[in-house]
Design a protein around this ligand. Structure first.
Ligand code: NPW
Ligand code: ADP
Ligand code: K
Length: 482
């Protein structure tokens, strides 16, 4: 599945119409599917439908007609000046005897559900004046809000903060980059011809269907030397081994992602954990001889991070470069040496590599991840919500994961997990997007069971469950297809 920009979506709509597909059918399906979601979420609670004059408003008018037919009370307020399909949708509603008032007179009543059909993909800039105020009033009213296609005002501010959003035909960038405003996310198929949605040039939304075939096989004859061995290099002897836990968590992540063996190369005095690891205590960053197919480097490395990464490069193995190994000259050394690597920065680290602020990176992670991949020639995992994976021209946006993962050490677990997939033979882009997806899914499983207060090691422990769900095709999607 591809992540559309509002422009790309409009282009698909336009092409469908050029092919002779009646656009009124798209609107009818959109309104009808949204009405279905409404009924599922809010039952027969009365609706207050706010409709703009464009096609988004048209969808709202169609929804109002379908709710009416289901016996739901509707009050409808619409902007004037409809044309085309939206005008037909208005006429159809009026023919049912529904009164449609002017938007200026819209009022909010306790017990109602607001249907936000003011603006969708046609919004050209931030809302001002009357519409800015209307959106603020919607948010202040404290009623549940179902947004059609996009919460009105997105991607700008002010915008509606919805309880749920029904995206039509495909997810659009704001659905994942401004997910908070969307609430529960539904994706409704509205009959747009499939080939118009297959746009290889757009970022992918990582999906179970695309990722399942990447899962490394475990043949009956597997042994610990045949399924991928990982070397973890990290930690810092100074400050009383302050970061000793980080490489241990990476080792756990690697084992829980299926590594056959994990070598732990860490400063002398580092706790000898997990018990299952092969230990290589060293006085300073060194690359001891070890049999491995991939490395995870830099976790907890502090001032040693750079040295760990440059030592590790001598092994010429596929490598995950994390945390303190994330320096421009390290990335450049790997690129020059032609050693495949995955960089796993969060917004702060990515900002450091790009010469931008963390806020700038977080605001547009797609652009930042692509820029970093371009600049370094390596695969990039830009961590956050959402996490974005980039390599060359390819971009993958991850839909799993939640704020319960915002806790110390979860990134270390991720690095180890990706390294295990590299060691199993996956290419950097695939190891990265699969590792990120399963790590997020593990966090989702735990958050559902326990809520907030996870430990990073528990995320590692949940990886096998996440993997199995994916393997067996039992992952419920992060958004709900309708
Ligand atoms: N086949 C299809 O196309 C399908 C599309 N579908 C639906 O259509 C939606 C897209 O519809 P759309 O293109 O009509 O745009 P929409 O979001 O309703 O807004 C346009 C209105 O906003 C106005 N406006 C713009 N910026 C503004 C601003 N800053 N401040 C104030 N006003 C501003 C603009 O005014 P104008 O500039 O034209 O004067 C115009 O009146 C899409 O999200 C989906 O819900 C479905 O029905 C399925 C099939
Ligand atoms: N709000 C959030 N939503 C989803 N995932 C999150 C959120 N906050 C953190 N994470 C995930 O948790 C991990 C944190 O990694 P990182 O910042 O490197 O932590 P650490 O250095 O403590 O290991 C990343 O995988 C990130 O995507
Ligand atoms: K809307």
């Amino acid at each position: 599945m591809r992540l559309f920009t509002p422009e790309a979506m409009r282009e698909a709509d336009r092409k469908a119409v050029e092919r002779g597909y009646p656009s009124l059918l798209l609107m009818e399906w959109a309104g009808m599917k949204a009405a279905r979601v409404y009924l599922e979420l809010f039952g027969k609670a009365p609706a207050l439908v706010l409709a703009g004059k464009g096609n988004n408003g048209g969808d709202g008018l169609v929804l109002a007609r379908h709710l009416l037919l289901e016996g739901v009370g509707v009050r409808v307020y619409a902007a004037g000046g409809q044309t085309g399909d939206a005008l037909l949708a208005l006429q159809a509603l009026l023919a049912h005897g529904v009164e449609v008032g002017p938007l200026e007179e819209a009022s909010f009543r306790e017990g109602e559900v607001v249907v936000d059909a003011l603006f969708g993909t046609g919004l050209k800039g931030p809302l001002t004046d009357f519409y800015a105020e209307l959106v603020e009033r919607v948010n202040r009213a404290g009623l549940p809000v179902l947004a059609l296609d996009l919460p009105s005002g997105l991607p700008f501010s002010p915008h509606v903060r919805a309880t749920a959003t029904v995206a039509f035909a495909a997810l659009k960038t704001p659905h994942l980059l401004q997910r908070e405003a969307c609430g529960k996310l539904y994706l409704a198929e509205i009959g747009l011809p499939k080939p118009l949605l297959e746009r290889e040039d757009l970022p992918e939304v990582a999906s179970p269907e695309a990722l399942r075939p990447l899962l490394p096989k475990r043949p009956l004859t597997a042994h610990k030397g045949s399924v991928g061995r990982v070397g973890v290099l990290g930690g810092y002897k100074g400050e009383g081994l302050r970061y000793a836990g980080a490489p241990l968590l990476a080792a756990l992540g690697a084992y829980r992602m299926g590594a056959g063996l994990v070598h732990l190369v860490a400063p002398e005095g580092t706790p000898l954990e997990p018990l299952e690891a092969v230990f290589h205590p060293v006085p300073s960053p060194t690359l001891p001889p070890l049999k491995a197919e991939a490395l995870a480097v830099g976790m907890g490395g502090g001032p040693w991070g750079r040295a760990w990464a440059l030592k590790a490069l001598e092994a010429r193995l596929p490598t995950v470069l994390d945390a303190d190994a994330l320096h421009p000259e390290v990335a450049e050394a790997y690129r020059k040496a032609g050693v495949p690597a995955v960089l796993t920065p969060h917004a702060g680290e990515a900002g450091r590599l790009l010469g931008a602020s963390p806020e700038e990176v977080a605001k547009d992670p797609l652009t930042a991840a692509r820029a970093l991949a371009e600049r370094t020639g390596l695969a990039v995992v830009l961590k956050g919500n959402p996490t974005v994976v980039a390599e060359g021209e390819r971009l993958s946006v991850n839909p799993t994961g939640n704020p319960a993962l915002a806790t110390g050490g979860t990134g270390d677990v991720l690095s180890g997990a990706i390294a295990a997939l590299l060691a199993a033979g996956l290419r950097p882009f695939d190891a990265a997007r699969l590792g990120v997806y399963l790590h997020g899914l593990a966090g989702d499983l735990l958050a559902e069971e326990k809520g907030v207060g996870l430990l990073a090691r528990e995320v590692a422990e949940a990886l096998p469950r996440a993997r199995r769900l994916l393997q067996e095709g039992r992952v419920s999607p992060a958004f709900f297809p309708r």
